[in-house]
Ligand binder design. Sequence first.
Ligand code: MEV
Length: 431
Amino acid sequence: MGAASTQPQGVKFYELGLDERREWLGQQAGLSADELAALGGAAGLDPEQADHMIENVVGTFNLPLGIAQHFIINDRPVLVPMAIEEPSVVAGASFMARLAQSGGGFHAHVSAGEMIGQMQILDVDDLPSARLKLLEQRQALLEEAAQIDPVLQRLGGGPRDLQVRLIEDSPAGPFLVLHLIYDVRDAMGANAVNTAVERLAPRVEAICGGRVLFRILSNLADRRLARARCTVRLEALAFGEFSAESVRDGILAGWAFAAADPYRAATHNKGIMNGVDAVVIATGNDWRAVEAGAHAYAARSGRYTSLSTWGQDAAGNLVGTLEMPLAVGIVGGATRSHPTARAALQLMDIHTAAGLAEVIVSVGLAQNLAALRALATEGIQRGHMTLHARQVAIAAGAQGSEIERLAGQLVSEKTVRIDRAEEILRQWKHS
Ligand code: MEV
């Protein structure tokens, strides 16, 4: 059963204690005790399981797991698990998801789940004729590739197309590149694709007379795109001394900076990936693959630029879009073997890779908006300071309700330092 609401009635989620948050989450999402324990840190990946995942294991490594609130994605409320060490990210995503509710939440969809497997073909006599020989055998090669993974084939996946590219100029001279387009359904797909290109290589060599050297998936998954859009009603943008128009126009000017300048685009896209990676990690997916695909896609025109766009509609409301490759799965690897990843999928009531990608791309767009709104107004340090002040308060020895009170005082005094925090605590004890 999935989450019916994204926030507790009459009380803010972040104001609840750790145990109260867990209890609400368990009830809300209908999680089992084991799932709740996996999300709550009491259980999760143990060293014995980890020992079967990688080499030379000595233990496991933990990250904070937060729940982003207020997300409505394709008209469905979703509680989003985010694994990340950076303060402000979960709060920023939640707050922007709330602003986006003013315009109906996020609308997200994905293209087909097609990955690309590459073969580098060297030592062919005549590249153009070798290319045509391979294309002439396209159907036969696809039929052979379809035999490789009967399970995937039964699930409706498998080879979809074959392309042959000619690289005219490289440090190793000219060569051919064959692309096997492979629908991987609900898997991330690296294993299926790598197996397929390795198995097909001898047949390719026999057809074109060349030597297949590299056989590996491409992380530029530009046939597996996820897209999200949202509208934030103009009036929802106003806060403090900032008018709605000034916030919107500041966001648009800040986005233009990223659209035009790679130095800014790198940071802008990093902000998007703060949200994207946090969900990718929480669900046991390969965030290096997602990062590689995102940045390569951002540079596809030959100039690195923003992955998102921001503009305004006829009524002056803020409208945003994000389009990026998202090679994520819900079967295979850590998505199944990591208990917390399984519980994270259960929490979101996600049963397809496409559904997961729709959530992730929406969170990326929300995260981008959080950064743009802060940068266009009060700067990002203020929000960071509040969270930093909480950590300083805890380090100084504050407990329970003292933490918020002390953090608030440190921020209002603009002195977020441990010595001052300890001094205030001492004063409170003696008053
Ligand atoms: C910090 O982790 C992310 C930001 O730098 C993103 C941005 O500048 O857009 C705040």
